[in-house]
Design a protein around this ligand. Structure first.
Ligand code: SAM
Ligand code: F3S
Length: 448
């Protein structure tokens, strides 16, 4: 008999991608499910959704509408909804869309096998959107590497309660995985060929992993431990909150060469008035002080950020402050969004007098400003040689290989496919729109 097939549709951030991979791992172990990219071939459809922005709920129900005929074609087929939207809506999802069999949250995805069995026995939807602390990680099967890079979640939830953000309500408050569990997972991935790990969490600076001697390990110390794992050659982390960005973490950029030359430190706005209303817990000057320290520790570091434009009451002067901050810091990369009111968050009750067209125009101006710094950063790399982790074939085709420099930029270059998974030196010969062009540098021994 052939294995049952699983199709997972993921909307959202790297955390959601990580969770989707774990759902597939759990179901492969419990029921032998194999992942397919074709929903028509699947026996189980999972929708893993994010509700950080936009009308996530409506997107879920319209997707479910499209899946209705798939379900009606064979009543044994199952549909599950997970992620932040499931957390927020819970039982209401199955009530509004009776084709749904399973509803689970980010913290209960490891219970999917039980939820499926319960559904089969009771013939009623199985729902579990609780926050059972950190038991999820103990229940997950051994990780499976897919290439030389991997994400590893080091904590769940967030306790910062920024006034615009739904995450603390959908993913629960901050809770760190014990240190041993994180190190074992990374060692298992490294043994399968992973060379670069990204330590994941909504606010990784709050990581306090329990250690054997009842002490706790912070992010800076964790990075040093991870760097000692045989095979691991590069470490990244995301997302880092400026208010908890410690001097020890900044100093790790000086003392730990395996820490990548890239920092994503979301600032959201350059206006102290807006930062206060967002309840971010730092001022523009605090942010600039942290940048100064980290740049002193690692000159040339690539700096990336998140921005929200059109927060309720944002004036032209506030927005101008964001633009001047962009120029002062020289962010060479950014994720920027128009503010979107999230039900249940404090900011959703603020009067929002900024017209949508104004917000969209501000977003366009901001993105253009970032593009100027991005172009300058990429062009500055031309003519220098960088260590590149070869990830696989280039998306540009033409038989080239692609990898990333430490500063997180993609570089395409001619090389044999056998180099996938290795760190090689590449001389950057040019800058394309979103990537770099390069030439593999052969060592003296290879040239002989
Ligand atoms: N933990 C991160 C931090 O330190 O700020 C942010 C994680 S959040 C899931 C990712 C990004 O989504 C935020 O940095 C913010 O820019 C954006 N975001 C969150 N809520 C939003 C909202 N209501 N409207 C628009 N963008 C939002
Ligand atoms: Fe959201 Fe702020 Fe946490 S943006 S994820 S509440 S740091």
């Amino acid at each position: 008999m052939s294995s049952p097939k699983l199709y997972v549709l993921t909307h959202g951030c790297q955390m959601n991608e990580y969770d989707s991979a774990k759902m597939a791992d759990v179901l492969a172990k419990s029921h032998g499910y194999e992942r397919t990219q074709n929903p028509d071939q699947a026996d189980l459809l999972l929708l893993n959704t994010c509700s950080v922005r936009e009308k996530a709920q409506e997107k879920v129900f319209s997707e479910l509408g499209r899946w209705k005929s798939w379900k009606q074609a064979d009543s044994r087929r199952l549909i599950g909804v997970g992620g932040c939207v499931a957390s927020q809506e819970g039982e209401a999802i199955a009530k509004r869309a009776p084709i749904v069999d399973l509803v689970f949250g980010p913290q209960t995805l490891h219970r999917l096998p039980e939820l499926i069995e319960q559904r089969r026995q009771t013939q009623r939807p199985s729902i579990d959107v609780s926050f059972p602390e950190i038991e999820k990680f103990d229940a997950l099967p051994k990780p499976r590497a897919e290439g030389p890079t991997a994400f590893v979640s080091i904590m769940e939830g967030c306790s910062k309660y920024c006034s615009f953000c739904v995450v603390p309500y959908t993913r629960g408050t901050e809770i760190s995985r014990p240190l041993d569990g994180v190190l074992v997972e990374i060692a298992q991935l490294a043994a399968q060929g992973v060379r670069e790990v990204t330590l994941l969490g909504q606010n990784v600076n709050a990581y306090r992993g329990a250690m054997a001697d009842s002490a706790s390990c912070d992010l800076a110390l964790l990075i040093h431990y991870v760097a000692r794992i045989p095979g691991i050659q590069r470490i990244r982390f995301t997302t880092s909150h400026p208010a908890e960005f410690t001097d020890a973490l900044a100093d790790a950029f000086a003392t730990e060469p395996k820490l990548a030359s890239y920092l994503h430190l979301p600032v959201q706005s350059g206006s102290d008035r807006i930062l206060g209303m967002m309840k971010r817990g730092y001022t523009r000057a605090d942010y600039l002080r942290r940048i100064e320290r980290v740049r002193a520790a690692r000159p040339g570091l690539s700096l990336s950020s998140d921005f929200i434009v059109g927060f309720p009451g944002e004036t032209e002067a506030d927005f101008e402050q964001t633009l001047t901050l962009i120029d002062e810091v020289g962010f060479d990369c950014a994720y920027s969004f128009v503010y979107s009111p999230r039900p249940g968050t404090p900011a959703a009750n603020l009067r929002d007098g900024v017209p949508l067209e104004v917000k969209q125009e501000r977003l366009r101006i901001l993105q253009e400003r970032i593009r100027v710094h991005d172009d300058a950063y990429r062009n500055a790399l031309v003519g220098s040689t960088h260590s590149v982790l070869v990830e696989g074939r280039s998306k540009r085709g033409g038989g080239q290989m692609a990898g990333r420099v430490s500063a997180n930029r993609v570089v395409n270059f001619d090389a044999p496919a056998s180099l996938a998974g290795q760190l090689v030196d590449v001389h950057v010969t040019g800058a394309a729109t979103n990537s770099l062009l390069g030439r593999l540098v052969l060592s003296a021994a290879e040239c002989a």
